[in-house]
Design a binder for this molecule. Sequence first.
Ligand SMILES: Nc1nc2c(c(=O)[nH]1)N[C@H]1C(S)=C(S)[C@@H](COP(=O)(O)O)O[C@H]1N2
Ligand SMILES: [Mo]
Length: 201
Amino acid sequence: MPFVSRGFTGRRRDGPPGRLPPGQYDVAEGFPVLAAGPTPRTPLESWDFTLRGEVQTERRWTWGEFRALPREQPVVDIHCVTSWSKLDTRWEGVSLDTLLDGVATRAEYAVAFSDGGYTTNLPLADLRGGRAWVVDTYDGAPLNPEHGGPARLLVPHLYFWKSAKWVRGIVLGTHDEPGFWETFGYHNRGDPWRQQRYAGD
Ligand SMILES: Nc1nc2c(c(=O)[nH]1)N[C@H]1C(S)=C(S)[C@@H](COP(=O)(O)O)O[C@H]1N2
Ligand SMILES: [Mo]
């Protein structure tokens, strides 16, 4: 019996048991780049992150202020709707719980917006509870522009299109407004474990 197994040479495309949502494969060391347009390059001097919309007072952080906030280092699995997943990705950034701390709002919905015009909508609840971050570091290094640097949203419990790259802020609202892909027929919420890929799934 040959003593050779795929397990010795790399990750199995079907991943460790229980880690891959239905219909997904493991890209192992790969990290595909997906974007609907060109990569924006915003100088850090003009970068800011704002929370606005249905809030009593708008919140705004410059790059320096954002970098001074308490930081976390999530290690999470990410799942793209085009069926690749990547396990144990290592990020660093600021929890949305920290950014939303003390924000008085009756909003139940959020739209993240990015340089370049990309938007994506989420229930505000999906941004809370230690499940969403604005990250600026990947695998110990500044997040590169192709993957959304200087900073991107990271909401790993939903399909990766919800993790807006080059994110610049979040608009809170009392009504749900579909974002970019949601307008083009992607599912409104995008839970990979329920295979919520397209509207109607
Ligand atoms: N601003 C912006 N964010 C975006 C996208 C985009 O086109 N523009 N694509 C989304 C999609 S569909 C995916 S799968 C991930 C891809 O992130 P990556 O290029 O770092 O793998 O970014 C998401 N965030
Ligand atoms: Mo995607």
